[in-house]
Design a protein around this ligand. Sequence first.
Ligand code: PGA
Length: 256
Amino acid sequence: MKTFIVGNWKLNFNVGEASIYLHKLQKKLPNYRDIEVVVAPSTIAIQPLSLQIDRHKMKLAAQNAFYRDYGSYSGETSFSQLRGVVDYCIIGHSERRYIFGENDKDITKKVEAAIRNKITPILCIGETESERAFNETSDVIRDQLLGGLRDVSEEDISKVIIAYEPVWALSNGKNSKLASPDEVSDAVKLIRKTLEELYGKKAAEEVAILFGGNVRPSNAGGYLTVPGVNGIMVGGASLILSEFTDIIEIAKRVRS
Ligand code: PGA
């Protein structure tokens, strides 16, 4: 399995800035076969970047999309419109859940729509600070996993990527703390176990699990060497070219 490094640019970079960043990133980046570098720009930048991107070096992701293909849904972009333009879509990011009120029902439909449109869903799950304080971490992880994967068949589960992103560890969090590699390891074990119960051992092993939460060059190696972690999702540090390329280099070193 490849190691995934996903840069989530969130609501940053206008089209010109995104294009310049991509140009510099592509220039700096060798063509690593075993590292899948993915960047997720704002929706408005996706189309121009899709014409600029060297798909041998990296891939594009959307940060969100809507599950209906077309219709009276003002302000939305559908998976069918993104088909062939992006390879991945982040689904159920905690900012979508807690700022925009997305629930597991919406997320299930989005995962299904992504797969139907040949876009790999990166399903984000993770507990908040208070859920962890109340010892609800395992329940939240299981519920969000079961919720998001409700309509995913055994045949399709290998097309899904899971990103474990504890909300309290994201760099935008109010009292943001770093997750320890042990905490990440516990969550990843639980995710694999739940996948195994749902889809069997072999299928569970084929699902890529990423970690996200204030990943920086200083801690990326620690997270990438947690058994069962197949990559990382990077927010803040993905906006700084040198940090993002350092993280990719670290992933390459950890692999070899
Ligand atoms: P962060 O964001 O790296 O800035 O914590 C990660 C994410 O939200 O995916």
